[in-house]
Design a protein around this ligand. Structure first.
Ligand SMILES: *[C@@H]1O[C@H](CO)[C@@H](O)[C@H](O)[C@H]1NC(C)=O
Ligand SMILES: *[C@@H]1O[C@H](CO)[C@@H](O)[C@H](O)[C@H]1NC(C)=O
Ligand SMILES: *[C@@H]1O[C@H](CO)[C@@H](O)[C@H](O)[C@H]1NC(C)=O
Ligand SMILES: *[C@@H]1O[C@H](CO)[C@@H](O)[C@H](O)[C@H]1NC(C)=O
Ligand SMILES: *[C@@H]1O[C@H](CO)[C@@H](O)[C@H](O)[C@H]1NC(C)=O
Ligand SMILES: *[C@@H]1O[C@H](CO)[C@@H](O)[C@H](O)[C@H]1NC(C)=O
Ligand SMILES: *[C@@H]1O[C@H](CO)[C@@H](O)[C@H](O)[C@H]1NC(C)=O
Ligand SMILES: *[C@@H]1O[C@H](CO)[C@@H](O)[C@H](O)[C@H]1NC(C)=O
Length: 389
């Protein structure tokens, strides 16, 4: 019986890994134009009340050290209107694994910005949201059309980088990319402004500015100014601000040889008034982006590093959750451990926790497979925190 179950799991897996062609990864401009003309654009809306917020928007900037961001005038201005998170950590270097982690609860050993695909049997925050029909989308600036799967899209005049797949977390998961309907919810900024103007924004979204605006190809001043200019009108927009929580953060610290703490701010009208202009030294990681959403809407966990992860403190206060203090001595989070998508050392996909408050499909897929889970449901530190590699 046991080996039969394994054979079924492997057969399902082979079918799921549909081959991806060169023109999907590196399409020509002509191919892009042709596909753009007919690509469906998804439109999900819902109104499911949460304990602490009804809408969550995360905006990711690039590669700045904590200290540089903290003294940037635009960030200082935004910090006055929200909660500064003084103990929020990225997980590794370079960019891609950090983005991947923030939606799937692990980075699966990724240690590069290569074209990666996380197997279809790995669930994401989208599976959690869908248990309660909570609408979601990504908004990727300068993505040429909704659901574009290519590696990058450049400015067609200057050929400077605009959109890059490595900053688009959900498209990297086959559980999203293999499903045309889900894929169509990965949209660009044209769609963001359309959705904003027409009252069609989803309840969960992930926003990636282009490589100029996110500071990647520029600097903190440009990234900070873009953030202030983008957010200021939104913060006083009465449709946008309806119990809305915004997380403004960085994918990783700019210096690989030190700890990977990143500067982050929580903004929006969901932030209790008495917390505006304050700071919060609770230990958070990118996995808190998933756990805070789960706790807010009473959703299950993915059974990965999100399970024990601390929850934004004002959200924890609204749900009665008790965050744990963490001793960060020796915690650097500045390199990846071996894993399924490591370029240096392969290791199998970690088995998730399959008991307790875990998504039903995770229990079904992985439970019968057996095996020990390395994740710890009662630890806010990722399981691989002190692994020397
Ligand atoms: C998940 O998919 C991967 C890749 O196809 C495969 O190696 C693994 O055995 C699968 N695990 C389960 C539990 O189905
Ligand atoms: C954004 O996506 C839409 C829908 O797929 C597409 O028609 C449009 O050309 C894209 N906009 C930009 C600026 O690339
Ligand atoms: C992707 O990037 C390469 C190298 O930077 C560039 O030559 C190419 O035109 C880009 N592809 C698209 C579709 O913009
Ligand atoms: C990024 O977007 C801004 C508008 O938001 C635009 O001015 C800039 O030229 C874009 N970057 C590139 C490299 O095209
Ligand atoms: C950041 O880049 C902008 C635009 O290129 C430039 O004007 C500014 O001087 C730069 N700031 C710093 C601190 O390097
Ligand atoms: C991570 O940071 C620690 C502490 O600064 C340092 O000793 C170590 O070499 C860094 N690791 C990498 C891969 O840079
Ligand atoms: C991230 O980088 C800055 C350097 O500006 C450093 O001061 C900060 O402490 C770093 N984070 C950690 C946790 O070391
Ligand atoms: C899990 O985390 C808890 C709390 O941080 C810790 O006390 C416990 O030892 C951990 N369990 C394992 C197996 O590491």
């Amino acid at each position: 019986m046991v080996s039969f179950a394994v054979v079924i799991a492997l057969a399902a897996t082979v079918a799921a890994q549909t081959p991806i062609t060169f023109s999907t990864i590196r399409p020509s401009y002509t191919e892009i134009e042709a596909t753009a003309a007919t690509a469906p654009v998804g439109e999900l809306t819902s109104n499911v009340n949460g304990h602490a917020f009804n809408r969550f928007i995360q905006i990711w900037l690039e590669n700045q050290n904590y200290d540089t961001a903290a003294v940037d005038p635009s960030f200082e201005e935004l910090a006055k209107q929200g909660i500064t998170l003084t103990n929020y950590w990225a997980l590794t270097h370079p960019s891609e694994p950090n983005y991947v982690a923030a939606v799937g609860g692990d980075y699966f050993g990724i240690d590069s910005d290569n074209f990666e695909r996380v197997p279809a049997n790995v669930s994401t925050v989208v599976d959690l949201l869908e248990t309660k029909h909570i609408s979601w989308a990504e908004y990727q600036e300068d993505m040429p059309y909704a659901g574009f799967e290519g590696y990058n899209f450049s400015n067609q005049q200057t050929f400077a980088s605009d959109y890059v797949r490595k900053h688009n977390p959900l498209v990297i998961y086959d559980s999203i990319a293999n499903n045309k309907e889900r894929l169509s919810n990965i949209k660009n900024f044209t769609s963001f402004y359309y959705d904003l103007q027409n009252g069609l924004l989803p309840q969960w979204s992930f926003i990636t500015p282009n490589m100029t605006n996110d500071g990647h190809d520029t600097n903190m001043t440009v990234g900070g100014k873009w953030s202030l200019d983008f957010l200021t009108p939104l913060l006083s927009n009465s449709y946008f601000m309806k119990n809305t929580l915004i997380l403004l953060t960085f994918d990783e610290n700019g210096t690989k040889s030190i700890g990977n703490k990143v500067f982050s701010i929580l903004l929006g009208d969901a932030v209790p008034t008495h917390y505006k202009g304050t700071s919060d030294n609770t230990f958070y990681t990118h996995y808190s982006c998933i756990s805070s959403v789960s706790h807010n809407w009473g959703l299950p966990t993915l059974g990965r590093n999100d399970y024990g992860s601390n929850v934004f403190q004002f959200v924890a206060e609204a749900t009665g959750y008790r965050n744990k203090a963490v001793d960060t001595t020796g915690f650097y989070a500045n390199s990846s451990i071996p894993g399924y998508l490591s370029s240096k050392q392969w290791a199998p996909l970690p088995v998730p926790i399959t008991s307790g408050n875990v998504l039903q499909s995770v229990k079904q897929t992985w439970g019968k497979f057996g095996g020990h889970s390395p994740y710890n449901a009662s630890s806010p530190l990722p399981y691989d925190s002190f692994y020397a590699y």
